[in-house]
Ligand binder design. Structure first.
Ligand SMILES: [Ca+2]
Ligand SMILES: [Ca+2]
Ligand SMILES: [Ca+2]
Length: 350
């Protein structure tokens, strides 16, 4: 079995140089691998790089009995980026175990200042549980990844093992809506969960500015998002705060300071809360609506949905007065005809 490509490098702390990706060696990506840490890996800039992490079977083994300094008492940092895969929603889970539990594991990210990524390293997600400890993120088959920090204490004398597992998530299909403005809201849906909403395109590419944590009006913890979607397939991610992608929050989001991920293909919920009601309501300009019941049951879980937007059925130019059945030509140019025209125009009818 070919060994997994692996390097230990030093790099600027703010990004991964494109040249690293270009130089990646595709080796052993489909096979189980055990990789031992290499010191010094005491900081994110000295992270051990785990290239082409396979879908399953990767084990990272290390030891740390502290959280600072160098050598055996130093923290251990890794950069894990998954092997490329066909476009899909993938949950990447890291499970840390040790015969001397007590380690801390976290995923790192970037701060945000008024809608823009800021410099500096932050903890985006603190692994949940005690033994094992679990961290997770979502990716979509492209280049992405995440910096991982492991911290010990005087009692964590035995080695730890971090297993990586990739699981494909099948989104729930919400059906079809009319193309044009689509509104999604968690307001007035029977809960007060501090929800967040994010839209992805048909290729599962995150759409800049198509996220919301906190609407400006009304200023509430729930989320509301209206975006104009041409005909196509779209994906919707729903979870509780803080959930993050690489993009800063848009101007119609009242909360533009939450932490972000560092890569386009890395999507993280940092909330370990469970049993959170995520029920939302979706509607189009033609009045098609649907309430969708959803619950977050696991720490860091994101609920995924897909929808299609289609050209609206186009009305004839001449309709009867509202309330005068059946709807159809009456040979009269009335206000109803203008209303129908405007609605058809808004819905994208030719
Ligand atoms: Ca170590
Ligand atoms: Ca170390
Ligand atoms: Ca919110």
């Amino acid at each position: 079995m070919a060994p997994l490509a692996r390097r230990v490098v030093s790099a600027p702390s703010h990004h991964i140089p494109a040249a690293w990706f270009a130089a990646t060696v595709l080796a052993g990506g489909a096979h189980a691998q055990t990789i031992n840490e290499v010191e010094p890996n005491n900081a994110r800039a000295k992270a051990d790089i785990i290239e082409q992490a396979p879908a399953t079977g990767l084990s990272i083994v290390g030891t740390t009995t502290g959280s600072s300094g160098t050598g055996s008492t130093s923290p251990d940092f890794f950069f894990v980026y998954p092997a490329p895969a066909p476009a899909a929603i993938y949950r990447h889970r890291l499970t840390l175990t040790s015969t001397t539990p007590g380690h801390i594991m976290n995923l790192r990210g970037r701060a945000q200042t008024m809608g823009f990524p800021a410099t500096g390293d932050v903890v985006l997600q603190l692994a949940s549980g005690s033994s094992p400890r679990i961290a997770q993120w979502y990716g979509f088959g492209r280049r992405g990844g995440v910096f991982v920090g492991v911290f010990g204490s005087s009692s964590t004398t035995a080695a730890y093992t971090i297993a990586h597992e990739r699981t494909t998530i099948v989104p729930i299909d919400l059906g079809s809506f009319g193309q044009g403005p689509i509104s999604i809201t968690t307001i007035a849906q029977g809960h007060s969960t501090d929800t967040e909403l994010f839209l992805f395109d048909a290729n599962l590419q995150p759409i800049p500015d198509a996220g919301n944590d906190q609407p400006i009006s009304p200023l509430v913890a729930q989320a509301a998002l209206t975006r104009t979607l041409p005909a196509g397939t779209w994906y919707l991610a729903v979870s509780d705060a803080n959930t993050a992608w690489q993009f800063g929050a848009p101007p119609d989001d009242a909360d533009r300071t939450n932490f972000l991920t560092e890569f386009l293909d890395t999507f993280v919920c940092g909330s370990a809360a469970t049993n959170r009601n995520l029920t939302f309501f979706i509607s189009d300009a033609a009045g098609n609506t649907r309430q969708v019941n959803a619950t977050k049951t696991e720490p860091f879980e994101v609920r995924w949905f897909s929808l299609q937007t289609i050209p609206a059925a186009c009305s004839p130019a001449d309709v009867t007065a509202v309330g005068g059945p059946p709807l159809g030509p009456d040979g009269l140019l009335t206000g109803d005809d203008f209303v129908t025209f405007i609605n058809a125009f808004a819905a994208g009818c030719p």
